[in-house]
Design a protein around this ligand. Structure first.
Ligand SMILES: [Zn+2]
Ligand SMILES: [Zn+2]
Length: 144
């Protein structure tokens, strides 16, 4: 507080980190964000990037997609939406299903039966993570 210069510098760093997370739909981890900023921000550390992203997450400016291949991945798009995760390359893709496809409605009905017998917890479809192989990994597998 007593050093406005330092605060301004700090918030500039914060702004840059948030801007990088929001600039991509690739759902980056802290390392990816750090790699993009390290040459622009001398003295920046991976720990600083990670700490700031976690602060953004707590503030609701950034969402966590969860840990994929040992690294927590983040999303600049904070409204809940389903994700597709490639089990081969770790790619995270927004899966924009405007409403529940019919086959999933059936699955959700079954799940509701299960949750009812277990105390009626609620499953939020918008936060669903689908696992599989992305188009590129399918292609790589079929041409190999
Ligand atoms: Zn893939
Ligand atoms: Zn997303």
């Amino acid at each position: 507080m007593s050093r406005p210069g330092a605060d301004r510098k700090h918030s500039k760093k914060r702004d840059a980190i948030l801007a990088v997370v929001r600039s991509t739909v690739s759902h980056p981890g802290a390392q990816w964000v750090y790699d993009r900023l390290k040459s622009d921000i001398p003295g920046l550390s991976l720990a600083t990037v990670y700490r700031n992203i976690n602060l953004f997450r707590q503030e609701g400016a950034v969402a966590s997609v969860g840990v994929i291949d040992g690294e927590e991945r983040f999303d600049g798009r904070v409204e809940p939406h389903p994700h597709f995760v490639c089990g081969c390359c770790g790619r995270v893709i927004d899966y924009d299903a405007p409403e529940l496809p019919p086959q999933f409605s059936k699955v959700m009905e079954k799940l509701k039966d299960v949750t009812d017998t277990q105390g009626g917890f609620i499953i939020d479809y918008r936060k669903t993570v689908f696992n599989g192989l992305c188009a590129e990994c399918v292609k790589a597998k079929t041409t190999a």
